[in-house]
Design a protein around this ligand. Structure first.
Ligand SMILES: [Zn+2]
Ligand SMILES: [Zn+2]
Length: 274
C-alpha cells in the first residue's frame, strides 16, 4: 500500500471528482493521502474532505505564492490546527521563482509569513510541510533562526541540490519526492534520491500537478504515486514493496496524528507510565 503525502484535491482541476479519485486510489493500492491547505479561505473545504474520509488528513497553512488573501496569524493557524484530522502546518516556505519584477529584498512578507508558520508549528507540536523554490538558502536560514528543527517536517516536492538535501536531513527533516523524479532530465534529483536514506524519504504526487512518466503533462491524481515509488526503488536498487512499506511508515512517524486513534491512546498511556 502507498501513501500520497501531498495533494491538492480541492483545486479546480480535481474539484467535484472525489468519488472517481478515491476509486482510482483504491484500485492502485494507494490507501491514504494528505490533503494540503494553501490559503485560510480554502481550509474549510480541505478540512471537510479529511473529516469525511477515514484515510484522508489535512494541513493548515498559506502557500508562499499566494497574494491578495488573508494573512495568517499564529492564532489563525493554531486554532485550526487543533481540529480533528489536522496533522501538519503548511504548506509554507519561500518561493523566489516568480518575483514578477520584485527583488528578493521585496519578499520580506514571504519570510515573515514563513516565520509565523514555524511559530505555529512549535506551539502546536505539529510538523511543517515546507515548499522551497529558488530560495533554499533563506529557507534553511529562517528554519535555523526560528527553531524550525524543534517542529521538524518535510521538504515537499524536493527539487534542490544534494547540499540542500544534506542540510534538510541535518535539521531532522524528511525529503519528499514527486513525479519529477521520473522525468528523464532530472538527473541531479535522481542523485539526491539515491543519497537520502530510505527512512527519511516520503513520496507524493502534488496533484493536480507534476504527473509522473508515462502521464507527464496530464492532470495528476493520488493514484499515480506508485510510479514515484517505482522510480525511487529503481534508483536505490530496492524492491518497490520495500519503498512502499518504508515511505508509509515514515509518513506515520512524521505525521503522528495520522495513526489510528487506538494506537495514539496506547502511546499516551505509555508516556504517562514512564
Ligand atoms: Zn509546494
Ligand atoms: Zn503543494
Amino acid at each position: 500500500m502507498y501513501v500520497d503525502s501531498h495533494c491538492h484535491l480541492s483545486f479546480p482541476e480535481l474539484a467535484g471528482q472525489l468519488a472517481d479519485i478515491r476509486a482510482e486510489m483504491a484500485a492502485a493500492g494507494v490507501d491514504r493521502a494528505l490533503c494540503i491547505c494553501t490559503t485560510l479561505e480554502e481550509f474549510d473545504t480541505v478540512h471537510a474532505m479529511a473529516v469525511a474520509h477515514d484515510n484522508f488528513w489535512c494541513t493548515v497553512g498559506v502557500h508562499p505564492d499566494n497574494e491578495g488573501i488573508a494573512e495568517p496569524t499564529p492564532g489563525d493557524l493554531c486554532e485550526r490546527a487543533a481540529r480533528d484530522k489536522v496533522v501538519a502546518i503548511g504548506e509554507t516556505g519561500l518561493d523566489y521563482y516568480r518575483l514578477n519584477g520584485r527583488s528578493v529584498a521585496d519578499m520580506a512578507w514571504q519570510r515573515e509569513r514563513f516565520r509565523v508558520h514555524i511559530d505555529a508549528a512549535r506551539a502546536t507540536g505539529l510538523p511543517l510541510v515546507i515548499h522551497t523554490r529558488s530560495a533554499s538558502d533563506d529557507t534553511l536560514a529562517i528554519l535555523r533562526e526560528q527553531g524550525g528543527a524543534q517542529a521538524g517536517g518535510v521538504f515537499h516536492c524536493f527539487t534542490e541540490t544534494l547540499a540542500v538535501a544534506r542540510a534538510a536531513l541535518d535539521l531532522g527533516f524528511y525529503v519528499s519526492f514527486s513525479g519529477i523524479l521520473t522525468f528523464r532530465n532530472a538527473v541531479e534529483l535522481q542523485e539526491v534520491a539515491r543519497f537520502v536514506p530510505l527512512e527519511r524519504c516520503l513520496i507524493e504526487t502534488d496533484s493536480p500537478y507534476l504527473a509522473p512518466v508515462p502521464f507527464r503533462g496530464k492532470i495528476n491524481t493520488p493514484a499515480r504515486v506508485p510510479f514515484v515509488a517505482k522510480q525511487l526503488a529503481a534508483l536505490k536498487g530496492l524492491e518497490v514493496a520495500e519503498v512502499a512499506e518504508a515511505t508509509s511508515r515514515n509518513f506515520e512517524r512524521l505525521f503522528a496524528r495520522t495513526q489510528p486513534v487506538a494506537t495514539q491512546s496506547i502511546d499516551r498511556d505509555k508516556q504517562s507510565i514512564t
